[in-house]
Design a protein around this ligand. Sequence first.
Ligand code: HEM
Length: 265
Amino acid sequence: MRRRRNAKKKAKKNTTLRALTSGCDGSILIDSTKGNKAEKGSPANLSLRGYEIIDDIKEALERQCPEVVSCADILALAARDAIFFAGGPVYDIPKERKDGTRSKIEDTINLPSPNFNASDLIKMFGQHGFSAQEMVALSGAHTIGVARCSSFKNRLTKVDPNLNSEFANTLSRTCSAGDNAEQPFDETRDDFDNLYFDALVSGDGVLTSDQTLFTSPRTRNFVNSYAQNQALFFLDFQQAMVKMSLLDIKEGSKGQVRDNCHKIN
Ligand code: HEM
């Protein structure tokens, strides 16, 4: 009975496919199919992981309260909670996002590149309504986690004038273990703190797009402020995250609540 109801609903939902959501719409969770290479398949997204955690949350929610909570909301809330558990700020975000019905590898061309300089980053974030300061605050998410050698090795071959020689040795040692070797962004890869900004001030930014935030006069003051004042970083970060979580999600936007985060209904 439930299956028949779902089939009917699916047919109806498919008529809204052209009304696409984009932005923070859970499209990264969709798997590629024979006819469609999804965002997930892009080299820029290959190191993303933890999909099984979203699946577990979705399953538990569907058991309790079917077809209500979108995958996009689960992802946004999981990111918020992960930041809190890592010692970062506590904040709330608006809910009731809809899941998008488009996920195409070609759209990932719009992601910022790790080779961008500050002007490129300011321009790209500006196109989505973010100020230079908000862009720097958001980049502070690199206080968590790692980059693989493949994301920064070009700094070692084509001499990057912003890379200090001692740190170049550190990066070279990491890369001696291959393209997938991991370099933490700062000294505390599991803690959400402001040491990422300290690293930039010391010239120890891992990606070109990290170090440029300190070398560029357009963004250096923000880096200095966040390195000196963690509370200020937390405040600006959480405000910018709320803004990002609403990116291109308009009130009443069409979309769906996926039954399964991996597939469009
Ligand atoms: C400013 C432009 C940005 C660029 C160019 C950029 C680029 C990158 C790159 C290249 C990596 C390493 C990927 C790898 O080698 O596997 C990375 C990791 C990461 N990025 Fe960004 N990023 C940017 C902004 C952001 C923002 C706004 C957030 C979140 C608010 C974010 C969160 C992260 C996290 C948490 C990781 C670590 C992932 C892990 O440990 O596997 N990044 N980023």
